[in-house]
Design a protein around this ligand. Structure first.
Ligand code: DGT
Ligand code: CA
Ligand code: CA
Ligand code: ZN
Length: 570
């Protein structure tokens, strides 16, 4: 709906007016934005039916704002807004949101210290530059530092476990405390995106008031950002944002479709509907002329009525899924297909749980096999294992075999050294059932060198898996420079597996790179890289990324029986 875009624009302009110290306008624009954001009717539809008068009847929309809306509907932008945007420093509307920085102080900082953004502001604080400015002082600087941490905490995207746990908690809380007919999460979390902006919850309930009361009283609410009849937003003390909407049962499927997104997928789907003479919205699929509702209740039937097979949420990124769904989509790998984990650590190196408890937990999960892959000797800070320790572990493994049904694979996560050789003697590697090779040093080396280093490792006969192939860590470290096409090509030539590492801050390979690698004739494995027995459950996040990368069961080596796996890697 265009309503959302207009509301967003009005909020942004309100911020800019605030920065410019324009009086009353910020409040007026925000009020209009809020009303438009909450409207159920499409504002461009309203305009085409009732004209300008229709717009001016929206509470908070006067004739000036109505002009702007008309211009936006007709031209896709507002000239006056474009102009004031140009006149305003780019970071201004963010900077004035830092608590304690009104427009006057923000302007002074931006002018005198050449601050353009929040990172600039942080740097100035670290360099103790703020306290030197007239009217600021040490105390102000310290308060700003605190305010920025708070701002970042509440604006930062969540990693998957935090978002998943929160969504599950709020859903069971709502189920216990209200009488609901339905509740689900939608949005990027349902699509298993690697990071989550906010959690979107949809509810069907006969008493929306009761639902909203319970929702805003969820534990650890820091701020109720908005509360309405059908939509409310809360911010938790841990920074999590949750959006909850109550929708009619008759349009639940349409709402689930719409709020699952992605936005780009929705736009394409709506265009497809239009090309068939239908209209699609969060309320349902309609025949455009007759206004007759064709479907609203069931999400899969909406896809069906548009001539498509059901599209799993993980594929809804406008990466060719609509075209493909006109015929048949690949049948994506599922968590239940996974038969074993090929990368876990124990307390022999930097894991927190014993060999025994890691195996016991994997056994409990119903796996057929588990690869024990502690670090190798050069990785000293992680307690890497020298030859003696490896042999000691082997002995313990042999002693445990009778206690468990699960097959235990002797393995190692061996460092790929700067020259591309593996950090473990060949006679030891030869005895290993599973060898994962990873880069843990020299992340900044030149692209050519890194590419050669990894290629050498991929040509090593003892290596089975390339572990976390880019070593990126979300929010911590960028991927190293490397020629990935060369890497994928070499892995394919040598029959090596590419790891999809399920650690939430790694998710490496990520969805885009999985899609890129899939063009080569190679197989993947999805591994938890667990450092505790609880982390074996991280497998689901790796599976999510594999699904986002369009992988089927056949593409993933650890869906194979041990016999098939051995045939593949040996
Ligand atoms: P996030 O929260 O940043 O991780 O990403 P999403 O995808 O959860 O985005 P969010 O929470 O802003 O909105 C949820 C879904 O609602 C989004 O995936 C698609 C739908 N949606 C939101 N805004 C628009 C829009 O302007 N146009 C269309 N077609 N769909 C939208
Ligand atoms: Ca969201
Ligand atoms: Ca949202
Ligand atoms: Zn590892």
């Amino acid at each position: 709906m265009i309503n959302r875009d207009i509301a967003k624009l009005l909020y942004e302009i309100a911020d800019i007016f605030e920065y410019k110290e324009v009086e009353w306008k910020p409040r007026a624009y925000r009020k209009a934005a809020r009303k438009i954001g909450d409207m159920r009717e499409d504002i461009s539809g309203l305009y085409s039916k009732k004209g300008r008068e229709g717009l001016e009847n929206i509470p908070g929309v006067g004739s000036r704002i109505a002009d702007h809306i008309v211009e936006y509907i007709e031209a896709g932008s507002v000239r006056e807004f474009e102009k004031i945007r140009k006149e305003t420093p780019r970071g201004a509307s963010n900077i004035i949101k830092i608590r304690g920085l009104g427009p006057k102080k923000a302007k002074k900082l931006m002018d005198e210290l050449d601050i353009q953004s929040i990172p600039d502001l942080k740097e100035a604080i670290n360099n103790q530059e703020i306290r030197k400015l007239e009217g600021f002082g040490k105390k102000t600087e310290e308060n700003l530092d605190k305010a920025i941490s708070q701002y970042e905490k509440s604006h930062e995207r969540m990693l998957l476990p935090k978002a998943t746990d929160l969504a599950e908690e709020i859903i069971s809380y709502m189920e216990e405390n209200t009488t609901l007919k339905k509740i689900d999460y939608a949005g990027s979390l349902r699509r298993m995106k690697e990071t989550i902006g906010d959690i979107d919850i949809l509810v069907v309930a006969s008493d929306p008031e009761e639902v909203m009361d319970a929702f805003v009283n969820f534990e650890n609410v820091d701020e109720v950002e908005s509360r309405g009849k059908t939509r409310s937003t809360i911010i938790l003390q841990n920074g999590g944002h949750i959006d909850l909407r109550v929708v009619p049962e008759s349009s639940y499927g349409a709402a689930l479709q719409y709020f699952t997104g992605s936005k780009d997928h929705n736009i394409e789907l709506r265009n497809l509907a239009l090309s068939k003479g239908y209209k699609l919205s969060e309320y349902g699929l309609f025949k455009e002329d007759s206004k007759k509702k064709l479907e609203g209740k069931k999400e899969d039937r909406i896809y069906g009525k548009l001539g498509l097979s059901f599209i799993p949420p993980e594929l809804r990124e406008n990466r060719g899924e609509l075209e493909c769904a006109k015929n048949t989509l690949p049948s994506l790998v599922e968590l239940e297909d996974i038969r074993g984990d090929l990368h876990v650590h124990t307390s022999y190196s930097d894991g927190t749980d014993s060999l025994n408890s890691m195996i016991a937990q994997a056994d409990k999960l119903g796996y057929e096999y588990i690869g024990i892959t502690d670090h190798s000797r050069s990785r000293k800070i992680a307690g890497g294992l020298g030859t003696d320790k490896v042999k000691e572990q082997w002995k313990e493994i042999d002693g445990l075999r009778d206690d468990f049904d699960i097959e235990i694979l002797k393995g190692i996560e061996v460092d790929i050294l700067p020259d591309g050789s593996l950090d473990c003697p060949d006679d030891i590697l030869e005895e290993m059932d599973i060898v994962v090779g990873s880069i843990h040093s020299g992340y900044k080396s030149p692209k050519k060198k890194m590419t050669e280093r990894i290629i050498t490792a991929l040509q090593n006969e003892f290596l089975h898996v390339l572990g976390h192939p880019t070593s990126r860590k979300i929010g911590i470290r960028e991927a190293y420079e490397v020629d990935l096409d060369k890497i994928f090509e070499t892995a394919a030539e040598n029959g090596k597996l590419l790891e999809i590492n399920s650690q939430p801050e790694r998710l490496d390979l990520n969805d885009n790179l999985i899609l890129q690698a899939k063009e080569y004739d190679l197989k993947f494995c999805i591994s938890s890289d667990s450092h505790s027995s609880a982390q074996l459950d991280f497998m689901k996040y790796g599976v999510g990324q594999a699904r986002r990368g369009w992988l089927t069961k056949d593409d993933v080596a650890n869906t194979y029986s041990l016999k098939e796996l051995k045939r593949l890697i040996d």
